[in-house]
Design a protein around this ligand. Structure first.
Ligand code: CS2
Length: 470
């Protein structure tokens, strides 16, 4: 006999200690189309929408769209859109099965389903977590085609909330749609600007990719097999600009703990530079030194001190968020959460798309004030070392990045010809912006640290860096 598996039909077998959905499901009347059905959405926004559904507001069921891979969508379909989430932190461990995912599609193979969902009468919101590299004309075209159907049917506009780790994500998405639209779309664009809202938003929760360990723990806890189980931390934050097609949505979200404000910018910049900036630095260090998880990196005294100094000395002075010291201390705690097996290679993935948001604003801020930027210069040197694609023990790893080919070409001779590699890396405006590639002091400091990293190794160099009064 096959093992009993999580589904709507087996929900009743789950122990009462696990929070399960209690509301009716209406797959034909989803209110939210979500693009990018990764772990993050399922353990963050889908849980906020689950809360709204629990409170009796049936307009928040999700039509979840996997952008390319049918694998996960198939697994979710086999479980009627259900999956369990282990929420773990200093206060303990809880399990929950959110029930907001009512429909699923795959954008590449079921494009028409996605367009129909965007143009469905019940749809009110469209949310996106398609990752930094997902902001392509193909994404914009999908939205244009869906909105065209919606416009033709004389339906109301949508609140379209980009939730990716990009500064000003709402503006970026709206601009991308405009840049992709053709002159024939002029009337549609006018309607979109007048009737749809593009709030900027900052989302935060550490949600590692699913692991076998979580699947095993889920089975023990639920008494059912769950092929889509996730693990996350207790902390979550969603800050969204007060800009909705239906203004009443702001109060509804706020009641669930979402911060609705006109000041998203300060939360975005703090999160991208403090959390994500430290994440990228640690992930690259971990990849090179052979430490598999973020918790294994922050658990090392000199790495923790490096991250503390990076945030305090080089990031914080340029933030508009004034409670940064508490934010920093909370982040260091969160990074150490032993339940989160957050792979350094998962975070190092797509570094070419992530670093531009995470590091250059702080480096430029320090330069403008005549202050040192040694920690970021060392992080940049470590990034170059990472492109060697082999760790300090000699184990090769893959560079999973849309720029992998060019990065590997830049990095391969860095031990024998460091100057050439440094020049090729630091001249790239796609990584560093317009100013840094022309800054000779920046180039000198990265070269200095790169030489240390190559000859002394990452750990010895980081240990040395934290003794400097920079
Ligand atoms: C991470 C983020 O993978 C990454 O690049 O830095 O996914 C991070 O875990 C989230 O932004 C936390 O909210």
């Amino acid at each position: 006999m096959s093992e009993p598996q999580l589904s709507r039909g087996t929900l009743a077998h789950i122990p009462a200690s696990v929070k399960t959905p209690t509301y009716a499901v209406h797959p034909e009347a989803t209110g939210v189309v979500h693009l990018g059905l990764g772990a993050f959405h399922r353990a963050h926004q889908a849980m906020v929408f689950d809360q709204l559904l629990r409170e009796g507001d049936s307009r928040w069921g999700i039509h979840g769209v996997g952008m390319t891979q049918p694998g996960l969508v198939n697994k979710l379909r086999a479980q009627d859109g259900l999956y369990s989430v282990r929420v773990a932190g200093a206060t303990g461990v809880e399990w929950q099965v959110p029930g907001a995912l009512w429909q699923t599609s795959v954008a590449t193979t079921e494009r028409q389903n996605v367009l129909n969902a965007i143009a469905a009468k019940s749809t009110r919101w469209l949310t996106l977590t398609v990752t930094e590299k997902g902001y392509t004309p193909a994404l914009a075209q999908l939205l244009i085609d869906g909105l065209r159907l919606r416009h033709a049917a004389a339906l109301p506009g949508l609140t379209i909330a980009s939730c990716d780790n990009l500064q000003g994500n709402g503006h970026k998405l709206q601009a991308l749609i405009h840049a992709t639209a053709t002159p024939q779309d002029a009337a549609l664009m006018q309607w979109m600007d007048a009737h749809c809202a593009f709030p900027c938003s900052m989302v935060d929760r550490i949600v590692p990719a699913a692991t076998n360990e979580v699947a095993t723990a889920a089975k023990e806890t639920l008494g059912l097999k769950d092929d889509c189980a996730l693990s996350t931390e207790t902390f979550w934050e969603w800050v969204i600009e007060d800009k909705f097609v239906d203004p009443a949505d702001g109060a509804l979200l706020a009641k669930c703990g979402v911060r609705v404000t006109s000041q998203v910018h300060s939360y975005e910049e703090a999160k991208l530079r403090m959390l994500n900036g430290s994440h990228s630095a640690m992930a690259l260090m971990g990849a090179i030194t052979g430490r598999p998880y973020i918790a294994s990196c922050i658990g090392v005294d000199h790495i923790r001190e490096f991250v503390y100094r990076l945030m305090s000395r080089e990031v914080a002075p340029h933030l508009s968020r004034t409670d940064w010291a508490d934010y920093r201390d909370a982040l260091i705690q969160r990074f150490g959460n032993p339940y989160l097996k957050h792979s350094v290679h998962q975070i190092a993935m797509d570094s070419s798309q992530k670093i531009p948001q995470r590091w250059p604003p702080s480096i430029l801020g320090q330069m403008a004030k005549g202050q040192a930027f040694e920690h970021h210069a060392l992080a940049a040197a470590i990034f170059l070392r990472y492109t060697l694609a082999v760790d300090e023990q000699g184990h090769a790893y893959a560079l999973n990045d849309p720029q992998a080919e060019s990065l590997l070409a830049i990095g391969k001779n860095q031990v024998t010809d460091a100057a050439d590699s440094l020049k090729a890396l630091l001249s790239r405006q796609d990584l560093w912006g317009n100013e840094l590639p022309h800054n000779t002091l920046w180039a000198q400091r990265v070269a200095y640290w790169h030489d240390q990293v190559i000859h002394q190794g990452v750990d010895a160099t980081v240990k040395f860096a934290i003794t400097l009064d920079a």
